[in-house]
Design a protein around this ligand. Sequence first.
Ligand SMILES: [Zn+2]
Length: 107
Amino acid sequence: MKRLKIYYIRYILPPYRGITIPPFGIFIKKEHKGNQKILNHDLVHWKQYQRMGLFTFYFKYFKQFLIYGYNKMPMEIEARYEEDEYTKKHYSEVYHKSKHLLRKLFH
Ligand SMILES: [Zn+2]
């Protein structure tokens, strides 16, 4: 498995502040360097890639995106949940509504 590289770059397609592009690494907008929430979020996507492998990561990501949309897709929900202690304790309705989706995906 390729070692993780994190790049801080000037431009990322809006509205994204950070993006994980396996197997290359994590790309974060320069102005958000030091934002732990963004880093934690994208580290989850990197772990998903390691867990699933390259092909499955992209396949599942786009499949979920098409089926559930960005806000309700399990891979984004998992990443959002891990952003910080606050999101873990006070997770939004979206998460609770989508718990069954997470269960389906990971168990
Ligand atoms: Zn994400």
